[in-house]
Design a protein around this ligand. Sequence first.
Ligand SMILES: [Zn+2]
Length: 61
Amino acid sequence: MLVKIIFLFLLAMVLVALIGRAFFPSSLPRVMRKRAGAPRCQKCGRYLIGTKTCDCGGGTK
Ligand SMILES: [Zn+2]
């Protein structure tokens, strides 16, 4: 009996999540969204984390 209730609860949560995603795609958490891309050096392509300029002299833009 208890298992049934838990199962129904989980099912309801999944439904709510699906409906929420269908109606509000922009409100997805960041992790689930496709990232536009981390900032990278235009010259060598290294990721620039916490800095705007690269060791090679290139920048993000
Ligand atoms: Zn670079």
